[in-house]
Design a protein around this ligand. Structure first.
Ligand code: KPL
Length: 298
């Protein structure tokens, strides 16, 4: 399969690198990473280790591929969709945080699959990515139900030894992941604590409230996600990733713009459309946006 990885940061580089063992992969990345991979190949180290030689480029348009794997930060989704409209791709799979697939779907005239990935990845140096944990990719039709395309993409991932599940209930899984991210990311970023701190801290209650609001909004959107399932998902992820610094905390630490708009902000936007109040998500969104403004990031 010819696969274009659009936005090859840490996760995109890891998944693209694993796929490159058996598929024809092009990484669209920033320099110096893109040039380094193009010249000397990619070293994958850590839980998975191998040397692979995908194509790599900073050029974003004019590509031809069976599948575009989108791994850009959520706030770059519009720009990615514009560039992908200038490519010839047959299908798109998003492995991003937040509800970004609809943006890709409305901008592109090809099927868009939804996906989640729990592989841990860290870009150590240009041309070198560390797999910090073998997780799982779950993918399927955006609207749920069976999908021959998702089955084909799932097989392509499994052929590359990527732990992959093809699921027919992506709407619920996407909202459950949104509830987890809404609860954990903003709270850990604002409190500057590792995920595990939410097991015992007062911040735990704030994370649960954000997740419960998200579950309620999911139901208003027609997706069956009981409050208890969202809260249990938070507790499970906090326990399993206790030592992790969430992606939003890493962004704040690095002085970078966060994905709050696509996570807590998306919950607020959806709740507003349904005339429903989500005070916890609204507060978390406002605080993160205030921090970003203070840093000159928005
Ligand atoms: O996805 C995550 C993130 O940090 O973005 C969680 C699940 C919260 C793990 O850190």
């Amino acid at each position: 399969m010819r696969i274009l990885v659009f936005g090859a940061g840490s996760l995109g580089t890891l998944i693209g690198g694993l796929l490159a063992s058996v598929h024809d992969v092009t990484l669209v990345a920033r320099d110096p990473h893109a040039s380094r991979v193009a010249e000397a190949g990619l070293d994958i180290v850590g839980a998975e280790s191998r040397h692979v030689s995908p194509d790599a480029t900073t050029v974003q348009t004019g590509h031809d591929a069976d599948l575009a794997l989108v791994t850009v930060k959520s706030f770059d989704t519009d720009a990615a969709a514009e560039s992908l409209a200038e490519c010839d791709v047959d299908a798109v799979l998003s492995l991003q945080n937040g509800l970004t697939e609809e943006t890709l779907e409305s901008a592109l005239n090809v099927p868009v699959l939804a996906g989640t990935a729990t592989y841990g990845a860290r870009l150590v140096d240009p041309g070198r990515v560390e797999c910090t944990g073998i997780g799982r990719v779950v993918l399927g039709a955006l609207g749920g139900g069976p999908s021959p395309l998702a089955e084909r993409v799932g097989k392509a991932f499994r052929d590359a030894d990527i732990n992959t599940l093809v699921a027919s209930d992506m709407p619920r899984r996407r909202w459950e992941k949104l509830a987890v991210n809404a609860g954990i990311n903003a709270v850990t970023a604002l409190a500057r604590v590792e995920n595990g701190a939410l097991a015992s801290d007062d911040a735990h209650d704030v994370a649960h409230l954000a997740a419960r609001e998200t579950a309620r909004v999911a139901r208003l959107e027609g997706v069956r996600l009981p409050n208890r399932v969202a809260r249990d998902a938070i507790d499970r992820v906090v326990e399993k990733t206790a030592a992790n610094r969430s992606s939003m905390l890493q962004d704040v630490d690095a002085g970078k713009r966060t994905e709050v708009d696509a996570i807590n902000g998306a919950v607020v936007d959806s709740a507003t459309r349904h005339n429903f109040e989500v005070p916890t998500n609204r507060t978390l969104t406002a605080l993160l946006r205030a921090w970003e403004r203070g840093e000159g990031l928005r």
